[in-house]
Design a protein around this ligand. Sequence first.
Ligand code: ADP
Ligand code: ZN
Length: 727
Amino acid sequence: MNRAQPLSRVRCVVFNAALGVLDYRVPAGMDVEPGSVVVAPLGPRQIMGVVWDEGRLPGADFPESKLRPLLAVMPVPPLAAPLRRLIEWCADYYMAPLSSVARMALSSGAALRGGGTLTEYRLTGAEPARLTPQRKAAIEKLEGQQGTIRELAAIASVSDAVLRGMAGAGLLEAVQVDSDRPFPHADPDFATPTLSDDQQAAADQFVDAVRAEAFAPFLLDGVTGSGKTEAYCEAIAECLRKGRQVLVLLPEIALTETFLARFEARFGAPPVTWHSSLKSSERRRAWRAVAGGTAQVVIGARSALFLPFAKLGLIVVDEAHEISFKQDDGVRYNARDVAVMRARFEGVPVILASATPALESLQMAENGTYTRVVMADRFGGATMPEVSILNLTEHPPERGRWLAPPLVEALKDRLAKGEQSLLFLNRRGYAPLTLCRHCGYRFKCANCSAWLVEHRLSRRLACHHCGHEQPTPDKCPECGQPDCLVACGPGVERIADEVAEILPQARVAIVTSDTLTSPAKAAEFVAMAQGGAIDVIVGTQLVTKGYHFPELTLVGVVDADMGLEGGDLRAAERTYQQVAQVAGRAGRASKPGEVLIQTRHPTAAVIAALASGDRDAFYAAETEARRSAGAPPFGRWAAIIVSSEDEAEARTAAREIGATAPRLPDLAVLGPAPAPLSLLRGRYRYRLLVNARRSSEVQRVIREWLEPLRFPQGVRVGVDIDPYSFV
Ligand code: ADP
Ligand code: ZN
């Protein structure tokens, strides 16, 4: 865009949700344009903001003489128009403040201040004879690490002063690094695989779309083990050749390690990573490389969607059905949907890859909005695993145990053959409920309406909702009786104990978010599993996706019925996806796989579909159920969540919202009712559910409905558009 005259006044989105949009004067000599990141005065303070396009945001027209001048422009490229449109769309669609969304694009404070050199430290390797225990422990944790004093202090869990002392004693040395040093170069032709016909057909379509440089949404619908990654890597290669950037979204940080290794093998260099556990200097470097156009490929968690790519050419969302793409606090958005919108604004292709696509995505393929690309067979002639139902009513486990005899036999058989097994139970910890045998006391979270979960490995009771933890006591806090606590129900730790009793020689690994706490731990697990150092893996949903362990031939689903409880709208779909994904870990190489699904409801539609492998029948039935319920993708849901630390205050506010609900022919309002988690992090919660026909503009209706209402200070009203969690 060519401007005749420099801007003399601008409207800015300032980083304060309550203020939102403010006008400023541009002082003489300052050059700003839409997207410029600026520092502006606010009372006696300063605030960061982004200059927005003229005429797109409402605001009062103050005379120019009353406006205060901007203070500075940050030394970063202005946010490009497609990203500004995406920010506007998200704010509007998800009913979030514009500033909260814009902030997500400027997620590295250090990056905004520009490049430069910084001093980092690393171990010198000196080994003095005498070391304080603190220094000794710090050295162990800092092995192979380099970072600023503050970053290393966090890694070693010591104070800055301890590290400065170590630097003084010659244990750590300083290194000057360029904060903008380039990332290693990925080569599109480093190691090109020979593709199967299916892969080649898929790759050709993607490559054509990359060349066309236009919006093109794809649903890559390929069975587990079909080699989806190799197929979309050809599109990545094409982007690299054209000098355009690629964004690949993955649902879990734990998965990135496997992906990094595969990426490096294909392109000769690791991609740039973006997730919440990056150190601040790493964030700064990555952000600036993305904005400068030198980061070729970024692998990231959902927050990477808002990075300021200079010349984006392709977006890939892998495991696109995953619910972890839905963000449930702050700005409540679904990264899968936002990815498609970003691709649209940028005018580039987007590939949603999954073996178990969300019903919404399949429907979009069905109605022609997305191009469906099917890969029906496993790569390299591997066969799909044999799936059988284990009816727990017919084959009850022994008293106090959870694994039915046929599953126990199968585990023994695999151990004898030196093959691996995987047991899946989506419950962390040892037991979901602990009670006193003597007086019946149950351990409950003080901040939430939830039981405390026993974690025996770390000897604590934990709330999985607010993070509250307490040591497991030796006696009942109510009646004082010692040794009277009983664990009710299984968690993965308890299943691991059971395996250890049945197969004392087996090497068992528990894989949950409690054990894979960092990318390094994830890498360690993968190396052990691939190296044959683990016989039985017991894990939560974390092990259901992405992993490829050639020796894994048995998968046992400990409780397929668990996900069906709770009445969540997507319960059946989620159960189907989880079990199909975990089943997909079995028999991915030359040895065939077997899957045993433990259930008490063998005739339930979803269980039967899993057993017969009839995905289409399941999706067809589920589609009809959704259609008749007016649920997505045929209707829209929105949740209004009212919370307060004061129970009565929350209830009154929720009732008022309910009483003023609009009466419209295609809109139904359910509630208010106490939310299933009626107490969460010390706040009492009420919930209303809004169900609208697809055609109605649910956001506008809700906006007009809530806007005139006033509530006491302590009341929070949040709106969740297209909610996933109904708690
Ligand atoms: P999916 O993601 O569809 O479940 P993967 O992409 O993990 O499947 O592929 C399954 C396995 O097959 C992986 O180990 C992968 O390296 C291998 N593979 C896939 N395509 C090829 C190919 N063209 N050449 C060699 N190995 C391949
Ligand atoms: Zn809690």
